[in-house]
Design a protein around this ligand. Structure first.
Ligand code: ARG
Length: 560
């Protein structure tokens, strides 16, 4: 209506709307400074003039000028009815949109290296990438998740050589990653004593690149066994990929990249390698090929980007990779740009900070590596101890412990902005009262329990005028914001916005719940109308919480 009265674009006005600092100033405020400039009048004069023109509407009770602000007093019961109706009708679909319809987002995430343990950094990439994938799906995008496995490179020459020297087939079958990793560590140590091993390892890699059948068979075996181990982790986290195309997938595509670089005159020979000089752009050179002709990580990433653009015609491509690789992605995007790929601007390095481990976590370390499976088992074990305590009657203790343990680990990766370094601290991760995954899950289960106790259906015509408390209105406003939060998370590639939203929502619910501790005023009030409207409200929280947790990759048990 302000738009109609002023002729100023609606979207532009919406962007200006603020929440006033106090109740007496209404529910929404429009600062009139912008309009004052447009109409060359004082903001206060504009506010007064507009207030005079406004009449009540279905959702707005009255409008009042307050200095340079125009304050809106909403019909809260109408808004409550509308939002609760929308949430309940939408269920897990509430908050979805179709802004992404017909567009594809490619997300490169997880991408561990075969023959090596799945690291804690790969976990972070997996968790953030999978959350982003669900966020974009929620907005109607077509999403292609790609696991860019590190399954090629000179290090495999070392692993093959070490296996030929010291490997054991039985142990390999039994415990592939540990065995391969031991061999990898060992060859590095032995190399220091016997430098001829370095040369021999290069030779093995050259044979592998030349498709020598013995080396190829070994590589294939290492690769298959590693994938089998990684799949266990993906199953625990319930993560899937549309494509698992590792670095080796681009073996027959690198030559074309080199030719493109050559034709554009971008290649330079330097001492040990063929490079693209990026000095003009303040970047170190990108290494394309080594003097022994071995292709490199960067070359394969160029081939992958070009292939993905041709295959998926993406709207955006995200690389969810730790901050340690910032330079690599700057080089990659710059070289794509120099190759004339106009879509280079649609590629983003979604970087994230380091994961620090608590002292206790170090006990699961071997060499410098944490075995992720140990971390997850420990989280599940601790969760089992905590939830077992209060509830001997829990229907599925094992399933619940897994949900909570894994939820604790997953949420830790999403609880802060992704660029923030995080630390794994068991007490905090599993604190049912703190900012943790289990806290959100527990709040969800608590709501489920109240709704179960109510044991009646909530009619469409519940009386929303009974929801008059400021706490109730605060919850309703929050529920109404869910779309906005999803949009923001997608725009900034930040699942954290959803995490913090859910924490706030749970905080609002828990405060509300505390209010009804007294036996003569429960949420399920003796007054049937009040009970019904309160249940309609908290049931809406349950829906949004459930859907938010699902997007983040946590399961939400109904009983805990
Ligand atoms: N395998 C790499 C690593 O562990 C990550 C790969 C990320 N994706 C990419 N397209 N470069 O460091």
């Amino acid at each position: 209506m302000v738009s109609a009265a002023t002729g100023v674009d609606r979207l532009q006005l919406t962007g200006l709307i603020e929440s006033p600092p106090s109740e007496e100033m209404g529910d929404l405020a429009l600062p009139c400074f912008h309009l004052a400039r447009v109409y060359k009048k004082s903001p206060a004069a504009i506010a007064a003039e507009l207030a005079g023109k406004m009449t009540a509407t279905e959702f707005v009770e009255r409008v009042q000028a307050n200095g340079p602000y125009l304050n809106f007093f909403l019909r809260r019961e109408k808004i409550a009815a509308e939002i609760i109706r929308e949430v309940r009708a939408g269920g897990d679909n509430y908050g979805k949109s179709d802004i992404g319809l017909g567009k594809t987002v490619v997300i490169d995430y997880s991408s561990p290296n075969i023959a090596k343990p799945f690291g804690i950094g790969h976990l972070r990439s997996t968790v953030i990438g999978a959350a982003l994938k669900r966020i974009f799906l929620f907005q109607g995008y077509n999403v292609v998740g790609i696991n860019h496995l590190g399954d090629w490179g000179t290090q495999f020459g070392k692993v093959i050589l070490a296996y030929k020297l010291w490997g054991d087939d039985g142990i390999l079958q039994e415990n592939p990653i540990e065995h391969l990793y031991d061999l990898y560590v060992r060859i590095h140590q032995e190399e220091e004593k016997d430098p001829s091993l370095t040369h021999k390892a290069r030779e093995e890699f050259r044979k592998l690149e030349g498709a020598d059948s013995e080396n190829f068979a070994l590589w294939k075996r290492f690769s298959d066994l590693s994938k089998r181990e990684f799949d266990k982790i993906y199953a625990m986290l319930r993560v899937q990929f549309e494509a698992t195309a590792g670095e080796s997938f681009y073996n027959d595509k690198n030559a074309r990249v080199e030719k493109l670089l050559h034709d554009k005159g971008l290649l330079r020979e330097s001492r040990e390698a063929t490079i693209v000089d990026l000095e003009k752009f303040g970047l170190q050179p990108m290494l394309v090929k080594r003097s022994d002709d071995a292709t490199l990580y960067a070359t394969r990433d160029l081939a992958a980007a070009i292939y993905r653009n041709e295959t998926y015609k993406f709207h955006k491509m995200l690389y969810v990779v730790g901050v340690a690789q910032s330079l690599h992605f700057q080089q990659l995007f710059k070289v794509l740009e120099l190759l004339g790929c106009s879509w280079a601007k649609d590629c983003h390095h979604v970087s994230f900070g380091w994961v620090k481990l608590g002292d206790e976590m170090m006990s699961t370390r071997k060499g410098n590596i944490v075995f992720l499976e140990d971390v997850i088992s420990k989280a599940v074990k601790l969760a089992r101890e905590i939830i077992g305590k209060g509830r001997p009657d829990l229907p599925d203790p094992e399933g619940t412990a897994r949900a909570v343990g894994i939820g604790a680990v997953v949420f830790t990766d999403l609880a802060f902005r992704r660029e923030t370094d995080i630390s794994f601290d068991w007490d905090r991760m599993l604190d049912f009262g703190g900012n943790s995954g289990p806290y959100l899950q527990y709040t969800h289960a608590r709501i489920c329990s109240v709704v179960r106790k109510y044991a009646r259906a909530v009619s469409e015509k519940f009386d929303s005028s009974l929801l008059i408390l400021p706490e109730e209105y605060a919850i309703i406003k929050k529920l109404g914001n869910f779309h906005e939060i999803i949009d923001k998370a997608a725009e900034e590639f930040e699942p954290f916005h959803i995490s913090s939203y859910l924490l706030e929502l749970c905080g609002l619910f828990n405060a509300y719940y505390q209010r009804y501790k007294s036996p003569d005023d429960r949420i399920i009030s003796a007054d049937a109308g009040k009970a019904e409207s309160r249940i309609a409200l908290i049931d809406s929280i349950r829906y949004v919480l459930h859907s938010g947790l699902t997007i983040l990759g946590l399961t939400a048990p109904e009983i805990m």
